[in-house]
Design a protein around this ligand. Sequence first.
Ligand code: F6P
Length: 358
Amino acid sequence: SLRVGILTSGGDCQALNATMRGLAKTLYAQVKDVEIIGFKNGYKGLMYEDYIKMSPRDFSGIINQGGTILGSSRCPFKKMQVIEDGFDKVKAMKKTYAKLNLDALAVLGGNGSLKSANLLAQQGLNVIGLPKTIDNDTYGTDYTFGFQSAIDVATRYLDDIHSTAQSHSRIFVVEVMGHKVGHITLAAGLATGCEIILLPEIPYDINVIAKKIKERNKKGKKFTIIAAAEGAISKEDATLSKKKYKAKVAARGGHSVVEEIARDLQAIMPEAEIRTSVIGHAQRGGEPDAYDRMISTRFGIEGARLIMNRSFGQLVVLKQGEVGSIPLQDTAGKLKYVDPEGKTVKNARLMGVSFGDR
Ligand code: F6P
């Protein structure tokens, strides 16, 4: 017999349900007497004993459902002991785990949640992780589920902007999600033929962007779409300390980088009609696409296999097309960035894509 806890933590994304389904169906199929406990709203459910006893039916018909049937929340606990109002969070989680007599805990989470999962593993809990985030920034895996569906949403959005930008001969600066990395922006930018793609990993110079737009105009292309990652940063700002940069963003009213790019561009090109547009949380919402459903199912099965083999403290990963796992410890606290010297960026430059840097 086996008692397995499961939770979804951090910002949600597509294919959380498909992943849980893959894991649960495998356990139900392979283990005679299995009980799955679903914790509500991420680690909070584990802390405050808020859970439901799941049955096989709960995992039926959810492979294409967005969001998470368990709910999620951001609930960081970076240290071993996080005491709030006399409440020791980690102790509380360990207590729930012991009380429910769990054999294992599956955490579906992004970087923050996986760091927490690693802490719990160090505390002796039998934890496995599954890499969830649209940002695809989890270190040690080629892929995190949600990424491809987010690219699809961003791609459709940029396509839609294309026609209106063209009709009005306008410049659009479009904000794409991705937190501190540019994976979604790079992929959706290439997929929509954007000639200017701005990534956090490659600080931009506004004059270089203006020059590229003018070149396009000379060639008869009177409109431009700039795909800008929410974490895009100017060369000047990239030299600032974290603290100084934060203060600068606060001073500009906290508004996003696309507003800043539009304003600085307008100063150089006073005649241009410039608009900004933010794609936002639709990138995390809605149905997972076919690729995410397929990968998530494979991830879920691998997660179940790790639990059955009692290989704990591991994160399910995709490496060169095959599922596998790495120690949670190897990924905790690290991010996977776009490689500015990598072939995707270098080859994009060959066809004339500008990253705003030179
Ligand atoms: O990590 C996923 C993500 O959507 C990022 O792309 C974005 O920076 C962030 O979460 C937004 O977070 P929130 O859920 O707090 O709005």
